[in-house]
Design a binder for this molecule. Sequence first.
Ligand SMILES: [Mg+2]
Length: 236
Amino acid sequence: MLCKAVFIDIDDTLLDYIPCCREAFDAAMQEIRAMHHTDLTEDELFAIFFSISGRLFSEAKHGLHTVAEVMELYPQEFVDTIGYPDTSVEPFKQAFRANWGKTHTLVPGAKETLQALKQKGYRLFAASNSFGHLQRSRLQYAGLLPYFEDTYISMDIGYDKPDIRFYQEALRRCQLSPDEVVMVGDSMTTDILGAINAGLKAIYFNRRPQDTPSTADSNTTEYQEIQSLDLLVKIL
Ligand SMILES: [Mg+2]
């Protein structure tokens, strides 16, 4: 593939979202545990939390909320759902964020792939929907930050993926044209369709092909699909 740079999504592309989420959740729950009694187990509580945040993030992908709004909405909705007092929202939210910034479970092959792409001469940029300082902190803990020339995180950029303006602002910052860049990510909506709408090339990382059948149509060249990160080095 002819391109000079790679934009790479972070969650569920380089860092494993569910274990990271669970780790931050357990720490946040510990913070508010004593504020109310519940018979629900930690696993049951996490299932509720994960379903609420999942729904809100999915709504954000379709433009119903900004990612910044979701970050405020899900702690409140979670606390309301499990019947904890309103005074537990803020400590839960703060503890979740503080711990989220340290979570860094790697997707298999993440580091080796970045290393190999860098060696091949590609300019690498992270492209993620979240808080800039937290995502950079996570990449730092994971040992991935040094591979990136810059990080484009929605709350710094001012727009969330898949908004075309996210991609336009990122391209302006690295002084590249859309056809010089390929976007790699696990979300068909935010990463793949967003990038294609902005004129970039795209590679869909289908991490769970058993849940998501391959959607790459061999008759189109709109995007390519990989099911493990090491394949990226072979395509690029
Ligand atoms: Mg992702």
